[in-house]
Design a protein around this ligand. Sequence first.
Ligand code: GLU
Length: 420
Amino acid sequence: MTIYDDEIFKMACDQFLVIADYLSIDKNDRERLIYPKRAIAVTLPVHMDDGSTKTFQGYRVQHHLTLGPTKGGTRFAPNLSMGETAALAMWMSWKCALANLPYGGAKGGVACDPSKLSRNELEAVSHRYMQEMISFVGPHTDVMGPDMGTNEQVMAWFMDTYSVYHGYAVNEIVTGKPVAIGGTEGRRESTGRGVVYLVERAMDILKMDPEKCTAIVQGFGNVGSVAALSLAYKSGVKVIGISDAYAAIYNPKGIDVQAAEQHVLKKGNLRAFSQGEHVDPNEFLTLPCDILVPAAVDRVITSKNAGQLKCRILAEAANGPTTPEADLLLEKRWDELFVIPDILCNAGGVIVSYFEWVQGLQAFLWSETEVTDKLFRILEHSFAQVIRRAKSHKIAHRTAAMAIGVERVLRAKKMRGLFP
Ligand code: GLU
């Protein structure tokens, strides 16, 4: 029994063990690779608007320090736990290693529902969280970024708290900041753009004509909305399904994604969006389409629906959308279902975060074209490596992607010794 025990951490461990067996990793090395180097839990008392004081639980998990500072997002979500944070930190490690970024993985966050907090309350939670983390993070120790439930504004508050404490602007302490305070051009769009770049590469390989393809995108946050917009207006794919936590909308004639974006900007969610039929969110993922993009929460593709997916390309924009049981079913369907695994598919976000960190350390700014070009170059390289490995070893894309990441971390650990 450890502080990490919960279902999602178990899922991350199970996925790792498949790779450990495939790579024949010695049993002495397995626990070292699984368990986080450090984990911090903090209690955050915050004055609420109604005069009460509420305490929130905050976490930060730093998975390994072997290759450089740790890097990862900060999630504000109601049921966030230490186990979930640790699982996400472990995935960040494999993701960063696959992209060859000089980072270990991290993740953190606060158990809260940001949609139920006023702006003042959200600001207070953000300041308090970073204040409690000051001793554990740093531009060369652990660099935070955005994740579910956080945005550029929250990153700005984090940067402000850290900077006020140090007495000067330390913008390289977080990534995903507004451009006005040292963020990078193209960070906000980077994850969604990366997803679509890889979908286009998959369509090339499968000789699919984008103009004749349809897509369903689950999730309309920063990742899902940008992915849906790029699919529709850049790749020329017909987006026939979009969803958020409030509604799942299907329209076989195609959805005006820009209108949906405007609607969400005005109303906050898709509940009253009328351009299509509102369908059961559980059935949404199994509707026929060419490209399915789960861009919301973890564990939405399970042993119950994996056999019924009707897409040709599964682009995992969310972290951990597919359970290991579902993976076994998807592997059997390898010739009809092309999986772009999460640690490859959504790596665009952390890759551009890395660019933001580098620009911050050097006090040097790149143009958006430079950022996007460099992003696509790294994604292309990772994609090619995964496809090559999967083909030559006759293994699933996820196995290939994770194996490349895990191998790199293990190799570095072996070279350095036991300390990191
Ligand atoms: N939250 C994002 C992820 O899961 C990005 C984290 C970051 O930019 O540090 O990959």
